[in-house]
Design a protein around this ligand. Structure first.
Ligand code: UDP
Length: 331
């Protein structure tokens, strides 16, 4: 295809976990990809293989400030944001700004370029849900002033702002509510349960389960998540859509699975539960199934083995380094 005719897509958070996988996907689909990241939580190693390609460019920029991209844009994916509870505590103001001011800037950019924009929302908009599974119609149970409020409320504002641009300006918008997702390139030190448990098991340490470990989550492998997002972008569905894997389990069971898959002798160490930690989380994915013909395809064992292998091939000093967790921070 002629270079000029390639579809051009801006991906914010391009050096992050989901952002980098999206860059790969759209490069593979023969798009011209413009990555953007301010590198607060991103890692250039996730996209360094793309820098040599003629259809990839990268801007080091904070989308909370005015965003300028020369030339035509057909699509924008807004995936820039800290996404781990440990990060919200460390950088709460940036978390609020990227979801609110950053979204506003990108909606404005989409409007001026007449581009379609998809924003990354989250299951956190449901807060500590009192109904399960969570369907898109559920309005949530969020504490606006708790430690997670900076993320949850920024994302709720993001959804409101996106729908306002859609309804008032007729902008072509999509909203994906992403449930817990894991896989290669998720930061080993991001403090979330899965990378923390795998790192602890590989170091032969005990796994720090918060609270009694009976809280539940439902983990989606990254390739399934990317496929869902890709289909949603190309669909004509403008209402929020859940993408996640409904295979729910307790955090205790997850910890035990990781111990057995790594073959280590680690035990579980129970430590205090962080404030406002949701007790249950499971997506209702009937909409994604009906509208996008999408269902997750990778089972947990397969996904965990891929992820464990990825962490094993990181430089050994990275794994040895004692990582910052929620729990450490409270000590
Ligand atoms: N969790 C845990 N040990 C850890 C990190 C997290 O037991 O070292 C728990 C956490 O309290 C939560 C669940 O695992 O109930 C998932 O936490 P994560 O930070 O991965 O994401 P969340 O789904 O809470 O946003």
């Amino acid at each position: 295809m002629d270079k000029q005719k390639k579809k051009r897509i801006l991906i914010t958070g391009a050096a992050g976990f989901l952002g980098s996988h999206l860059c790969d996907r759209f490069i593979a689909e023969d798009f011209h990809v413009i990555g953007m990241d301010n590198m607060i939580t991103g890692d250039l190693r996730n996209i360094e293989h793309l820098f040599k390609l003629p259809n990839f460019e990268f801007y080091h920029h904070d989308v909370s400030k005015f965003v300028h991209v020369p030339g035509q844009l057909d699509y924008i994916l807004h995936f820039a944001s800290p996404a781990s509870p440990v990060d919200y505590l460390r950088i709460p103001i940036q978390t609020l700004k990227v979801g609110s001011l950053g979204t506003h800037n990108l909606l404005g950019l989409a409007k001026s370029k007449r581009a379609r924009i998809l924003v990354a929302s989250t299951s956190e908009v449901y807060g500590d849900p009192v109904v399960s599974p969570q369907s898109e119609e559920y309005w949530g149970n969020v504490n606006p002033v708790g430690p997670r409020g900076v993320y949850d409320e920024a994302k709720r504002f993001q959804e409101a702002m996106t729908m306002a641009y859609h309804n008032f300006h007729g902008l072509d918008t999509r909203i994906v509510r992403i449930f817990n997702t894991y896989g290669p390139r998720m930061r080993l030190n991001d403090g979330r349960a899965l990378p923390t448990f795998i790192a602890q098991a590989l170091r032969g340490e005990d796994l720090t389960v918060f609270g009694d470990g009976n809280q539940t989550r439902s983990f989606c492998y990254v390739s399934d998540q990317i496929e869902g997002i890709f289909r949603l972008l190309l669909s004509d569905y403008a209402q929020p859509m859940n993408i996640g894997n409904p295979d729910e389990l307790t955090i205790n069971d997850m910890a035990n699975e990781i111990i057995s898959l790594t073959g280590n002798q680690s035990k579980i160490l129970y430590v205090p539960l962080p404030i406002d930690d949701p007790k249950q989380r499971r997506p209702d994915i009937r909409k994604a199934n009906q509208i996008l013909s999408w269902l997750p395809a990778v089972n947990r064992k397969e996904g965990l083995l891929q992820t464990i292998n990825y962490y094993k091939q990181l430089p050994p000093e990275e794994l040895k380094q004692k990582k910052f967790t929620y729990y450490n921070q409270e000590q």
